[in-house]
Design a protein around this ligand. Sequence first.
Ligand code: COA
Length: 378
Amino acid sequence: MSGADFVPGLAGVVAARSAIGWINGLEGVLRYRGIRIEALAEQSSFEEVSYLLLFGTLPSSAELDAFDEQLKAYRVLPDGVVDLIKNLPSTGHPMVALQTAVSALGTYFPQMDVTDRDGNRAAALRLIASMPTIVAAFDRARKNLPIIAPDMNLNHAANFIYMLNGERPDAKVSRLIDVCLVLHAEHGFNASTFTGRVVGSTLANPYSTIAGAVGSLSGPLHGGANERVLHMLRTLDSADDVPAFLEKMISTKQKIMGLGHRVYRVKDPRATVLQGMAADLFDSHGATPMYEIAHRLEVEAAKRLGAKGIYPNVDFYSGLVYEKLGIEVDLYTPLFAIARVAGWTAHWLEQLEDNRIYRPTQLYAGSLDAQYVPMDER
Ligand code: COA
């Protein structure tokens, strides 16, 4: 292999055939199974989008009802997993707790035969259904609050909020969370999806596969960026502070969280939908100065960084919405995972349909003639 073949970060390298998510980074277009994200955000639900991603078509009404019933049945965790969550240190990050609990599910449902299509489908649904229960249980346990059992009368989004704070959200809040889940459900060959496909390609069990993807999402350059956006915005007192902040970040070559994307060279279409939702939420539930700060940052950054194709990504406005809804900052990435597990499991099923273990190569840059030196001669 020559140095010319080496592509750091595998940027632009085609690693699989896939029919799940499609992105046009130059025009800012995202489609799930061919359907534009804007249409799904406006008209669909997370449950329906999960079905679409997993099985490739929109469900009929009866199919969606049956799918929803199955998801609800899987919301309840084994007692042992709840005990495990309760025993985790409250100081741990919820993403690590999520990864641990997802992995632990594999010991309760030890599916070793991943050629069993029905078993795989059940595992995918169990994973999608379990994630909100795990995240809410960990958040309650770390606050010494009683864990709340799922409410089977609520949809996926509303039930998560209910398990988190014990209150059934109003229709607007419930819909907002639902749309956030739809927007985050799938995004092609990003790092966490790729991780999941690599683990899945070894024919590992589904829980280990998704635990790997959760770990990958937790980093600040991927899912962890949404937390960092909020921490960053909180350091600014007003929109007037934005130009000096931007100048300092650019001159010291620091990355501004929530801006830039490996694929998009224009504004991320999900950021546009989220921005509209944030503005609408602040209209109805009261404004926050942080929205003004964020918007000014977007405008100023476009002047300075637009030529490099650096614009807001999905994380730029999501934190503002979650903060307004009273969700703790370190739950933003778990919320992302609760959505993205639909994409991860869809990719896992797709990977298994035409599997070949991933095994790229390397550009060896080490020595080829080092000698072993006995300990007493070193
Ligand atoms: N703020 C300021 N400058 C940025 C930037 C940001 N957020 N993102 C990229 N740039 C600049 C880089 O400094 C680099 O400039 P240079 O060519 O003068 O050296 C150029 O844009 C290309 O950046 P690069 O790091 O090669 O882009 P990438 O495709 O490898 O990285 C991200 C993409 C997402 C990792 C990167 O934009 C980033 O770290 N963003 C912040 C974290 C974030 O929001 N992540 C969530 C992604 S959904």
